[in-house]
Design a protein around this ligand. Structure first.
Ligand code: BGC
Length: 403
């Protein structure tokens, strides 16, 4: 009895926010949670971008009957864990605080299972960004690209002065992130949706998907051959330090620039992936809550959820994290120009068909399908596999993953 009381004062939180900018962002939450609840935040962080490793650890722990109380989780994963009956609903709190009125419908739906609130959203990350070091471009006498052709011209010029055109880490999720960004730029949001969300076999084998693999081949010719295992934030650091010119990455990369005291428009530029200006690949971070028998844990879960939904927290957290707030009434004055541009694009694309969920970041499909895409794109980028072959393998692997 005694130990269970002590245990109940802890709230175990599983997440993968371990880079410099990410750690500073989550530190804000830890601090407010401690102050408001008096409970101890039991940090369970598993390094590894895009949560590749965290997901595996969660499966082992939860299926063994010991899930953490709060878990960083997204999109279809929330539905999967909900279906297994392992998530707890925080409907009373949501009702009291009128979350249905506070959140855009798509975001609310993503954190509900079966109409029950089982998770809370932090933010919206935009994926289709390129991070640019303007000094490197000036040194190379290259211009800020506005088309994919110009992007590769700029890359050529950077290569000529002996610097790395693109910083790119060596992990499957980073390959898949660039793949979806190029697909959006080349094929547009409607075909992106058909291919990566609806998994339509015809769309998956379309000329646009082939062209995307061709562009990926060209892109990969500019990468460091010794990048295997390189983390995304180390790649961002190469851009920051003027060793590389550009990086394709979601706007958590901006969190790294900000944590290092860099300023947008001066030390770095954020440009939409050329060709994808009118579209928005979105990625919503959220915490899901696992069922518990302990009243104290439940109380702490609700406390944490209430903090995450608070506008003041949404502002402080997202200014550091690089994202825009999930709660649209949050004041944007203190956000930088990249965040303001992201918000503008998010609002605009919510009125068109320009918003699509990120496949590489668990927003669009089951983890089996996501893994199938990771595997094919990684195999393609690290070999001389033809675009035709890659298209064939992609369609086949996705078919098998959905059987
Ligand atoms: C998450 C971000 C995180 C990034 C790198 C993404 O999937 O949504 O919050 O910063 O992965 O780990």
């Amino acid at each position: 009895m005694h130990t269970s009381t002590v245990w109940a004062q802890d709230l175990e939180v599983l997440h993968w926010w371990t880079s410099g900018g990410e750690a500073q962002s989550v530190a804000v939450l830890k601090k407010v949670f401690k102050e408001k609840s008096g409970a101890t935040w039991k940090d369970f962080n598993i390094a590894g971008g895009a949560g590749e490793n965290a997901l595996k650890v969660l499966k082992t722990k939860a299926l063994a009957g010991h899930p953490p109380a709060a878990v960083q989780m997204k999109g279809p994963q929330i539905q999967d864990w909900g279906k297994m009956g392992l998530l707890t609903s925080i409907n009373d709190l949501a009702k009291r605080e009128q979350w249905d009125e506070k959140l855009p419908k798509e975001i609310a739906n993503a954190v509900k299972y079966n109409n029950n609130w089982v998770a809370v959203p932090f933010n919206v990350h935009r994926i289709n960004w390129v991070w640019v070091n303007p000094k490197v471009l000036a040194q190379a006498k290259a211009k800020v690209p506005t088309t994919l052709a110009e992007l590769f011209e700029t890359a050529d010029k950077i290569k000529k002065i002996g610097l790395l055109p693109f910083a790119h880490g060596g992990q499957a999720w980073q390959d898949a992130t660039v793949f979806e960004e190029l697909l959006l730029a080349i094929a547009g949001p409607d075909l992106y949706r058909k291919a990566l969300v609806q998994l339509d076999p015809k769309a998956l084998q379309s000329p646009e998907v082939k062209a995307t693999f061709e562009a990926l081949r060209q892109y990969s010719s500019y990468l460091d051959k010794n990048r295997k295992g390189l983390d995304w934030d180390k790649a961002t650091r190469l851009v920051m330090d003027g060793k590389a010119g550009m990086q394709f990455m979601g706007d958590w990369a901006k969190g790294e620039f900000i944590a290092a005291g860099k300023h947008p428009g001066k030390d770095f530029l954020c440009i939409p992936v050329p060709g994808s200006e009118d579209s928005f690949i979105y990625n919503v971070d959220s915490f899901a809550f696992f069922e518990t028998k302990s009243k104290n844990t439940k109380k702490n879960q609700e406390q944490l959820a209430a903090i995450i939904m608070d506008e003041a927290f949404q502002k402080t957290f997202n200014v550091k994290k690089g994202s825009i707030p999930a709660v649209p009434t949050t004041k944007m004055e203190d956000f930088d120009s990249c965040a303001k541009a992201s918000m503008e694009s998010f609002v605009k694309t919510s009125k068109t068909t320009g918003q699509v969920p990120s496949m590489a970041h668990q927003m669009a499909s089951s983890s089996e399908v996501m893994q199938a895409v990771y595997d094919v794109v990684e195999a393609h980028i690290n070999s001389n596999m033809s675009a035709d072959e890659a298209v064939k393998r992609l369609a086949k692997s996705i078919r098998e993953a959905t059987m």
